[in-house]
Design a protein around this ligand. Structure first.
Ligand SMILES: *Cc1c(COP(=O)(O)O)cnc(C)c1O
Length: 471
């Protein structure tokens, strides 16, 4: 076997060259150099760019391969990236990822990741404190909001079902359900279906005109689930719904849960980070009463994907989710230290490293300022949309997600127009934005998640939409 792949000098050379290449890329992306935000290609065409024509002998070079990767990727650091809810990661955090990948201390058990295990425990305690959880809170880091919500709901089931669903199976008791609004991310329904509750496992609660769950509708939803023969174990509320970024009212939802002995899970994948901002923390009033919270740091904490915290107000519940015994793996003296006891993952990335380093080295104020900047930017953008006579704002934004339509006077804001305009703007490479469907039709949708995006960029976005429509 050729072992030169482990040669430190080769790594040093390749690493220096790669960092230079990435820094040049970052400079182009962040300074609005002429480059498309998303270099558009149909999926089938892109497939042909990356054939699996691997040969037995080494071929090509890392800089050449990387140059093509950089060129064809979606450029999240470009200030005109205003698309889905994935952040422009802090470059320093990306360097931590490189170190984590090289060390490959995959956790599962303490001995396989001593540093990342210690960092994870202390980062979790800090995040719990930020939410307003008491000192006994606990939790884990996991691979994304979907996995985080499933983990929280598994604990909810084990705690509230009234039977041991983990060991007896989903059929060991009555069919279960959670209450959630239709604005809830699809992964909540998926989690429920993974647990074997079927499509009826989510009982829908209506929302108000701001797309926030209507707490006064909870009793009816509870009764409807009971009529369908289901035992409701909890409510899932959103801290930042995906479509419009709506924050559900946690205080009255928590009151309802307390009155009916229900678990409150908050899907804070997008918006839990707002607790870090003294200014926006009040938007999350009541989140400290949740039993569990899922919180993505690759959205509103400038971290590279993936890293999600699942936090439990009562730390012991973090052991209820996934109660697997594995004598060959787990140490029982310090149950917290073997992270795989409580996560879907066995081996997982050293995901605590980038979070710990980010908080330690950048200081916590940076994260508050990031929330303030992006949320304020969205409010100013909403005001501009309201002032413009050719645009329609869907709702005043709760966070940094804004939905709007192009509706020049005298014309109908047709769904087809929104779709066509979006496609043209995206294909032109000028901006990357997305779309969503609300009760009144198709809307353009932006998430202002890149802190380099400015008001001037958003003015240019409106002009790009106008030009695309005129075209
Ligand atoms: C993004 C998001 C998810 C999914 O999280 P991933 O990290 O992409 O798996 C779930 N819920 C909400 C509210 C989200 O915004």
């Amino acid at each position: 076997m050729d072992k030169s792949g482990y040669d430190p000098e080769r790594f040093r050379r390749q690493g220096h060259a790669l960092v230079d290449q990435l820094a040049d890329y970052l400079e182009r992306a962040t300074t609005r150099a002429p480059m498309p935000v998303l270099p558009w290609a149909e999926p089938a065409a892109r497939l042909l760019d990356w054939p699996s024509d691997f040969s037995a002998e080494p071929s090509g070079s890392l800089p050449e391969l990387m140059a093509r990767v950089l060129e064809q990727s979606n450029h999240l650091h470009h200030p005109r990236y205003v698309g889905h809810q994935v952040t422009a990661p802090l470059p320093m955090a990306a360097l931590c990822e490189l170190a984590a990948a090289l060390l490959n201390n995959g956790m599962a058990v303490y001995e396989m990741g001593p540093v990342s295990t210690a960092m994870e425990r202390n980062v979790i305690a800090w995040l719990g404190g930020q939410l307003g959880f008491p000192p006994g809170c606990d939790g884990v880091l996991t691979s994304g909001g979907s996995a985080g919500n499933l983990t929280g709901l598994l604990a909810a089931r084990q705690t509230k079902a009234g039977f041991d669903a983990w060991n007896e199976g989903a059929h060991g008791g009555p069919p279960l359900a959670v209450l959630a609004s239709a604005e809830t991310h699809y992964c909540v329904k998926r989690a429920v279906q993974v647990m074997g509750w079927g499509a009826g496992g989510v009982q829908t609660v209506p929302v108000d005109a701001q797309f926030r769950l209507r707490p006064e509708a909870l009793p009816d939803a509870l009764a409807a689930a009971a009529r369908a023969g289901r035992k409701v174990i909890g409510v899932v509320a959103s801290a930042g719904s995906t479509s419009t970024g709506a924050f559900d009212p946690f205080e009255p939802i928590a009151d309802f849960c307390a009155a009916h002995d229900l678990w409150l899970h908050v899907d804070g994948a997008h918006g839990a980070s707002a607790v870090l901002s003294p200014r926006y923390k009040p938007t999350l009033r009541g989140i400290e009463r949740a039993d569990s919270v899922a919180w993505d740091m690759h959205k509103m904490m400038m971290m590279p994907a993936l890293v999600t915290a699942v936090l439990f107000r009562d730390g012991k519940h973090s052991y209820a989710a996934l109660a697997q015994e594995a004598a060959y793996l787990f140490n029982t003296d310090e149950p917290w230290s073997d992270s795989a006891k409580r996560t879907l993952e066995c081996t997982k990335r050293m995901m605590s490293l980038k979070v710990y380093a980010g908080l330690k080295l950048c200081g916590t104020r940076l994260f508050a300022e990031y929330i303030d900047y992006t949320f304020d930017l969205a409010r100013r953008f909403a005001a501009r949309l309201t002032a413009a006579d050719d645009f329609e704002l869907a709702i005043e934004p709760d966070c940094n997600i804004v939905c709007f339509r192009y509706a020049p006077p005298g014309t109908a804001a047709s769904d087809e127009l929104q779709r066509r305009v979006r496609r043209r703007v995206v294909e032109s490479g000028a901006f990357y934005l997305v779309q969503t469907t609300l009760p009144r039709g198709v809307y353009l949708r932006v998430t202002l998640i890149n802190p380099l995006t400015t008001d001037a960029d958003l003015d240019a976005l409106l002009d790009a939409v106008r030009a695309a429509a005129a075209d």
